[in-house]
Design a protein around this ligand. Structure first.
Ligand SMILES: *Cc1c(COP(=O)(O)O)cnc(C)c1O
Length: 250
């Protein structure tokens, strides 16, 4: 039997992505309806980490406008490969200060701001780059609520969110856009994504008293987008439900 041609493989992959996007879209629409929310209130961000630039191009052809990555090196290469496509790039991974400048060459949104040093590095990089302000979100780590919980992973304890948000508000080149979270695997919210997302929505409401433009609530992934939308998420970050499980390492 003849090998399938590259064109055929691309059409097959595009068909696969079209079908999985339709399934995710149906889930989002149903969750919005159940919550009495307008579908337009929720933006789907497709997390393309581990997957090649060719998939990002197919997604753009299928109408995806927002994509996210969590490692600068991989993201920078893919964004360069996809230059010219009508895409907004979101950075959602733990970020070293020495990568801030590189990330701002492609990303308009940084969801994972979690310490003052990173605010200063992003602000300096944004000032140097010029152009529109960078949307910065504070990453909330609910597993760090209470005493000594969950060191290691990114994000700030709920009690430190306001202070960091105030630093972003004052930082030139940045605009404070809202909050991001990942449902915790440890601590009081482990296994309770609905409660976790409600807590972050409540934090968001209290911050918006002083920062009314910080409307983004980035929460919900493949496994828990329904709970996030029910709690008021404005942006869901979906990877595997669209692209499949992690491909073999290349
Ligand atoms: C990978 C990733 C996602 C997407 O996760 P899936 O379970 O594949 O949908 C969302 N947010 C962040 C921060 C991620 O790293």
């Amino acid at each position: 039997m003849a090998e399938p041609s590259a064109g055929q493989e691309e059409r097959d992959r595009s068909g696969e992505l079209r079908a999985s996007l339709a399934r995710v879209e149906a889930r989002i629409a149903r969750a919005c309806e159940a919550a009495g929310r307008d579908r337009a209130e929720v933006t789907l961000i497709v997390v393309t980490k581990f997957w090649p630039a060719s998939d990002v191009r197919l997604l753009a052809d299928l109408g995806v406008r927002d994509v996210a990555e969590n490692r600068d090196q991989e993201a920078a290469a893919k964004a360069a490969d996809c230059a010219g496509l009508p895409l907004r790039w979101h950075f959602v991974g733990q970020l070293q200060t020495n990568k801030a400048r590189s990330v701002l060459e492609y990303a308009e949104f940084v969801h994972s701001v979690d310490r003052p040093r990173l605010v200063r590095a992003l602000s300096a990089a944004a000032e140097q780059r010029g152009g529109p302000e960078v949307a910065a979100l504070v990453q909330v780590a609910l597993e760090k609520e209470g005493e000594g919980g969950g060191a290691g992973r990114g994000g700030v304890a709920p009690g430190d969110v306001r202070g960091l948000a105030e630093q972003i508000v004052r930082a030139p080149g940045l605009r404070f856009a809202g909050l991001m979270t990942v449902a915790p695997l440890e601590g009081a919210y482990a296994g309770r994504p609905a409660a976790a997302f409600e807590r972050v929505a409540e934090l968001s409401r209290s911050l918006r008293v002083e920062a009314p433009a910080a409307t983004m609530v980035s929460a919900g992934m493949s496994a828990d987008l329904e709970e996030a939308i029910a709690a008021g998420a404005t942006h869901v970050r979906v990877g595997s439900a669209v692209l499949g499980v992690r491909p073999p390492l290349r």
